[in-house]
Write a protein that binds this ligand. Structure first.
Ligand code: SF4
Length: 274
């Protein structure tokens, strides 16, 4: 992958009211995400924020986010916070800039805030000392398949899934509540009964107390990126995915059944988002 363009920005607000059910505030310490997942639904952010460049090729570091957050925490009512809804708070820039870490630190000693992180990176493990000082933390680890080679193509800037599960295990061993996000399930790759069992089983073994599961929504922008990737790397999957796109209801019904059966067999609490 080409080196991502990095720049610093000042934000006016960082604790944003969330429209996601059960989350009161979204907190995104970065603009953009160099994990560059082919299915990312947050690519609209580039246009919205008037940033030039392909999604995955840039990251804006919100250098004043911790100071802005500290001020916002003085006047906002407590609630459930999610770090990383339109970026990954533990993407590579965080190693140097430590903005997410400083934001987590701002919640230490604040009563009533439930602070969660959703990430694909094992870098979150660095901040276990802060997480364990929070009143009510949790960390969700996203895995869309357990094939490191496939993940390197689909999520080119993110650490391999095997490392993510190792991080999940380590967080759980430190007493941090962890859960898994299996989403999106990659059609024709990680949607078979065997692959679903590998992922859900891997999450359970790594200490996840529950798993959220989602399917890939092949809306036009995602479909065009996914189709280009298949044509480039996995030509033998193009027709099968195209046929799923033609009849998504049938596919989703079957996928739901598969996930529910596997979850019941493995004895893991799985909540479906579709
Ligand atoms: S990690 Fe999340 S925000 Fe980042 S590119 Fe992937 S899907 Fe998008």
């Amino acid at each position: 992958m080409a080196e991502a363009r990095q720049f610093e920005i000042e934000c006016k607000s960082v604790l944003t009211k969330s429209k996601i059910p059960s989350i009161d505030y979204a907190l995104n310490p970065y603009l953009g995400c160099v994990h560059g997942c082919v299915y990312c639904y947050a690519t609209f952010m580039a246009k919205f924020q008037k940033v030039e460049g392909e999604w995955g090729s840039f990251v804006g570091v919100k250098v004043n986010a911790p100071a802005v957050l500290a001020r916002e925490l003085e006047r906002r009512p407590p609630g459930v916070v999610c770090l990383g809804t339109v970026c990954d708070a533990y993407q590579p820039a965080e190693r140097k800039h430590r903005i997410s870490r400083a934001c987590l630190e701002a919640f230490v000693g604040r009563e009533g805030f439930e602070v969660g992180v959703l990430t694909k990176s094992d870098l979150v493990l660095r901040d276990v000392d802060v997480l364990t000082r929070l009143e009510s933390p949790d960390v969700g680890i996203t895995v869309t398949c357990l094939d490191d080679r496939l993940a390197a193509v689909v999520e080119p800037g993110a650490p391999p899934p095997t490392r993510r599960l190792d991080a999940m295990r380590a967080l759980a061993d430190h007493g941090v509540p962890v859960w898994g996000f299996f989403g999106p399930i990659l059609p024709t790759f990680s949607d078979t009964t065997d692959e679903i069992a590998r992922v859900l089983g891997g999450m359970k073994a790594a200490g996840a107390d529950h798993v959220l599961v989602d399917r890939l929504n092949l809306y036009p922008r995602v479909w065009s990126r996914f189709r280009d990737l298949l044509a480039r790397e996995y030509q033998d999957h193009v027709d099968a995915v195209a046929s799923i796109k033609r009849d998504p209801e049938r596919y989703e019904t079957e996928l739901r059944r598969r996930v529910e059966d596997v979850a019941a067999t493995l004895g893991i609490a799985a909540e479906l988002c579709f």
